[in-house]
Every structure is written in structure tokens, then in C-alpha cells.
Design a protein around this ligand. Structure first.
Ligand code: B12
Ligand code: SF4
Length: 465
């Protein structure tokens, strides 16, 4: 490889969220950080602007490094004119972003990531601002929106390259092309197989990181695009994961680590159990969290004991719903027996933790139910909410967002043809009412019902199950 081309500068951008609400549940641009790591690995110099990493100076109490983003109200897109809620840009003010951009060296390439399909306006805003300042630099767009709404992104985003799917190899090829670097393709493959870690060193200061120990999912629920985003289910080696966590604690001083896996507990004996044993052995005083739903079918007492001892404190379990329709749509990955057994193991572990440890930190456990699937009935949702309350769980409502390429998308399309051409219509807060054919008040009533029952459970229990 010709060394004179190396150390050329590439700028990464994680854009804002434009939405009605956004909460920082260990949100990190993990995909972009993998892109950054791959580019560094290939010899490029990389800088990043994370629009969501903005401290406005307002002090807030944050539990386990979660909290609110800085936000500013912006004009509501016309499609949401009848939604009685304020629309906001979450993350740093636009002018501040422009100022930060102006202070950067001119890059040979700007890499912009994207997350939820309905967050694309923040992506377009970032591309536009970057192009105003670096007029001659090409922009590459990748990530979930760019993959699932590829044509929409190609036509409307203003990016010069719109890249689908896992981008590590593709972005190196693009950068090499722009820099005029000739590299043997086999070298790229071999280097990426060294199992790179996300480039968190691009941040000045961090309290938490999010990591991923596997890509993809062996299930194929009708409403989920996991298998389209990653065609295979691939797990990283436990020892590699443990070493990565050690480096993040040692080098970055983080106190909280969240797992972004779709299927963290699959093949437990080969995967999560050795990871947990390694973490227990290293005995670090940090907390682990799983904001993405876990599969209760794999949970038993051995697993909950190891999870607690390793420092796992926030657990979210996927239940989705009580009806057979929703359990079928979810590949029957979970049923009531799995869920009740999981809760009982979690409770037993807590009882024994109280006896074993002085000042044990309680679990924070929530059970996800999915609402807003096309044709779902209000009564069905109420039954699921009541059931979770009855078995002593905290209800966490997740609203359905139609995801292109999924089987459920076809059903959603019949109720709302706009989702085909306008990704804003995938917004989870607005589609729920359409999916269930209810008005905003009825939807709020369901959320209020869950909140009230959660308050009752909280008063009754010392552990937030
Ligand atoms: C972790 C996760 C979350 C986390 C946080 C995510 C975040 N950072 O914002 C939490 C738990 C908070 C979350 C919440 C939700 N999520 Co979510 N989430 C995921 C998940 C499991 C993983 C995303 C991830 O980080 N992957 C790991 C990284 C390494 O992969 P990646 O980002 O794709 O990056 C790769 C490529 O895309 C590419 N790439 C990325 N950037 C770039 C840039 C360039 C230049 C290039 C070339 C390439 C490139 O290369 C990267 C490396 O290989 C995905 C499913 C999945 N398997 O992807 C769902 C997913 C994104 N979520 C989804 C949904 C539905 C939701 C919720 C709406 C659920 C709900 N009802 O509450 C909420 C939305 C929150 C909100 N406020 O609206 C949907 C998407 C919906 C949509 N319409 O877009 C997905 C796809 C799951 C699904 N159902 O199919 N989620
Ligand atoms: S919803 Fe969960 S279990 Fe189902 S395919 Fe997606 S990631 Fe896998």
C-alpha cells in the first residue's frame, strides 16, 4: 500500500433525533463507531461529531448514566399536524454544530449514520449543514434508515453514496477509492476479522458505553428487520467480549455498560455464561444493562445468579403480548410459562443477594409488551397489561413501528399507504393509533393504565420487577 495516502482525514457524524420524545437509554451510535474503528484500522485518521453528545450545562439527576437529551422545539412536519404534541430536535443546537464543523480539518470523506427510519429529517439536516461547509467533500450515508429505506435515501438525502447493510468493508473500499489507495481485498477481510472494537476513544469523556456481543437474531418475528439488517446470526468469542469490556473500564473509566444484542441469551452455555463468569472473575464495580428485550425462555436460576453477581442491574424482558396472534407473530419465542419462570428466578436471586451482600443494589426489571400492531384490539392490550401486573411485573409499553422489509409491513400498508413512500409515517408514537384504529385519547388511556398499575406494584414491592 502506498503510505503517502494514509492518515487522510475522515469525519464521522451522528445526527440529531427529530421526534416527539427521546430518552437517553444508553443511546450510542454503535454502528458509526464500528465504521470509525474499521477506518482507523485501515490507516485513516478519524474524527467524530456526535450531535447527541451535548451537555447544555443543566444538571440533572441521572440514574445509571441515563437521562434526557438537550432539545429544542422545531416545526412539526405537516404529516403530524393532527398530533397534539410538540416536535423537537434532540441534541446540540444547529448553530453549535455548524461551529464545531468549521473547526474541523477538511476531510476526504464524511460518513453519516442513521438509526430509526422516521428520524431521517435529522440525518438530512446534518448532511445539508456539512455540505455547506465542506462543499467539495463527498458524503456517505449508512445505517438502519439507509438500509431499510435505501431508495428514499438515495433520492432525498443529498448524500453522494448511500450504503446498505454492515459497512466496515464497504467504507474502507470507498475511502481507498477516494484517497487513491490500492489495497489487496484479502487484506481488508483479514484485518476486519481481528474483531475490532467500536472506536469510543473518539469521545473526550464518557460515563457509559454500549456494546454488542453478537449480530443478528435466529428468530424471525413478523414485525422485525433483524434478519434483513444482518443476514446471519454471528456471535463474538466470549474472551474477546470480556477483554473489550476490560479495556473500556480501564481506558475510558466508564461506570455503565449496555448490551445492544438482539439475542444475547441464545446458546447460553457457549456465549453468555462464559461472558458472565469472566466478568465475575474480573470483579469490576460497574453496572450492566440490557435495554433491548431479552428472551425469557433462556432464563433459569443459574443464569439470574450469574447475571446479578456480574453486575447486571437493568433487565428488560420481551413478552410482547398474551394473545396467540401476537405470540405467533413473535415466532412463539416466549409464552406465559417462560415469563413466569424468569420472574420467579429473578426474585429468588434477589432474595439470596440480600442475604449474601451488604447493601445489595436492586434489579430494575421491565417487561415489554408491543402495542399498535395492525388489527390489534384494545381489550387484548388491556389483558396483557393486567396479566403482567398480576404476576408482579413492571409493564413497559413499546409502540409498534412499521419496519420496511418485514412481513407485518404489508398489513400496515393496507391501513396506511403513506408508509410506503414517507418514512415519517413509521413513527411509533403515531402509528399505534392507526394500527389499532383508536384515537389519541384511547391510546393515552392504555399508557395511563400501565403507569397506574406500575405505581401500585412499586409500592408493594421493594424490587422493581
Ligand atoms: C440497540 C437498538 C435499540 C436501542 C438504542 C438504539 C440507538 N442507538 O438509538 C433501544 C433499546 C433504545 C432501541 C429503541 C427502539 N428501537 Co431499536 N434497535 C436496536 C437494534 C437491536 C440494534 C441497533 C444497533 O446498534 N446495531 C449494531 C450496529 C453495529 O449496527 P448498525 O447500527 O446497523 O450499523 C452497521 C450498519 O448499519 C452500517 N452503518 C451504520 N452507520 C453507517 C454509516 C456509514 C457511512 C456506513 C457506510 C455504514 C454504516 O455499518 C454498521 C456496522 O456494521 C436494532 C435491530 C438491529 N439488529 O439492528 C433495533 C431497531 C433499530 N429498533 C427498532 C425499533 C422499532 C425501536 C423502537 C421503536 C422500539 C419501541 N417500540 O420502543 C425504539 C425506538 C426509540 C425511539 N425513541 O423512537 C427497529 C427500527 C424501526 C424503524 N422504523 O426504523 C429495529 C431495526 C428493530 C426492528 N424492530 O426491526 N433500539
Ligand atoms: S423481535 Fe427480537 S426475537 Fe424477534 S426477530 Fe427481532 S430481534 Fe429476534
Amino acid at each position: 500500500m502506498d503510505q503517502k495516502f494514509m492518515k487522510q482525514n475522515i469525519l464521522l457524524i451522528n445526527p440529531w433525533i427529530h421526534d416527539f420524545a427521546a430518552f437517553n437509554l444508553w443511546v450510542k451510535p454503535l454502528g458509526l463507531l464500528y465504521i470509525g474503528a474499521a477506518l482507523k484500522h485501515a490507516g485513516y485518521s478519524v474524527e467524530m461529531i456526535d450531535c447527541l453528545n451535548y451537555n447544555s450545562g443543566i444538571k440533572r439527576n441521572r440514574t445509571y448514566s441515563t437521562g434526557h437529551f438537550f432539545s429544542q422545539e422545531i416545526e412539526k412536519p405537516d404529516i403530524f399536524r393532527n398530533v397534539p404534541r410538540r416536535f423537537k430536535r434532540y441534541g446540540m443546537p444547529l448553530d453549535e454544530f455548524r461551529d464545531v464543523l468549521k473547526r474541523k480539518k477538511t476531510p476526504i470523506l464524511i460518513c453519516v449514520t442513521s438509526h430509526m427510519t422516521y428520524w431521517y429529517p435529522g440525518v438530512f439536516e446534518a448532511i445539508k449543514a456539512a455540505k455547506e461547509i465542506f462543499q467539495l467533500t463527498p458524503v456517505a450515508l449508512g445505517g438502519i434508515y439507509a438500509t431499510l429505506c435505501n431508495e428514499h435515501a438515495k433520492i432525498n438525502s443529498g448524500a453522494d453514496y448511500v450504503i446498505k447493510g454492515p459497512g466496515e468493508r464497504q467504507v474502507i473500499e470507498l475511502a481507498d477509492h477516494l484517497a487513491g489507495v490500492k489495497r489487496d481485498n484479502r487484506v481488508i477481510e483479514r484485518d476486519l476479522q481481528k474483531d475490532i472494537s467500536p472506536a469510543y476513544e473518539l469521545y473526550d469523556k464518557l460515563k457509559s458505553v454500549s456494546i454488542i456481543t453478537s449480530r443478528g437474531c435466529p428468530f424471525s418475528c413478523s414485525y422485525c428487520a433483524s434478519s434483513r439488517l444482518n443476514s446471519e446470526f454471528i456471535s463474538r468469542k466470549p474472551e474477546v467480549v470480556i477483554a473489550e469490556i476490560e479495556r473500556f473500564i480501564e481506558n475510558l473509566g466508564v461506570k455503565d455498560i449496555a448490551f445492544y444484542d438482539d439475542a444475547l441469551f441464545v446458546n447460553p452455555k457457549e456465549h453468555i455464561i462464559p461472558i458472565l463468569k469472566g466478568l465475575i472473575n474480573n470483579n469490576r464495580k460497574i453496572a450492566f444493562h440490557t435495554p433491548n428485550g431479552l428472551h425469557p425462555r433462556y432464563i433459569n436460576s443459574e443464569l439470574t445468579d450469574l447475571l446479578y453477581r456480574a453486575g447486571f442491574r437493568t433487565l428488560r424482558l420481551s413478552f410482547e403480548g398474551l394473545s396467540t396472534t401476537i405470540q405467533d407473530a413473535s415466532c412463539n419465542k416466549v409464552n406465559c410459562r417462560h415469563l413466569e419462570n424468569a420472574l420467579s428466578c429473578i426474585m429468588k436471586t434477589w432474595q439470596s443477594a440480600k442475604k449474601q451482600f451488604t447493601d445489595p443494589k436492586p434489579w430494575r426489571v421491565g417487561i415489554y409488551i408491543l402495542i399498535g400492531l395492525p388489527g390489534q384490539k384494545v381489550e387484548e392490550v388491556k389483558e396483557s397489561i393486567s396479566y403482567i401486573h398480576k404476576i408482579g411485573g413492571q409493564i413497559r409499553i413499546t409502540e409498534y413501528s412499521p419496519v420496511p422489509t418485514t412481513r407485518e409491513f404489508g398489513k400496515a400498508l393496507k391501513l396506511c399507504p403513506e408508509i410506503e413512500t414517507e418514512p415519517l409515517a413509521h413513527n411509533k408514537s403515531t402509528f399505534t393509533t392507526i394500527g389499532m384504529g383508536i384515537d389519541y385519547k384511547e391510546y393515552q388511556n392504555l399508557k395511563n393504565m400501565a403507569n397506574e398499575l406500575n405505581m401500585i406494584s412499586k409500592k408493594r414491592q421493594e424490587v422493581n420487577l
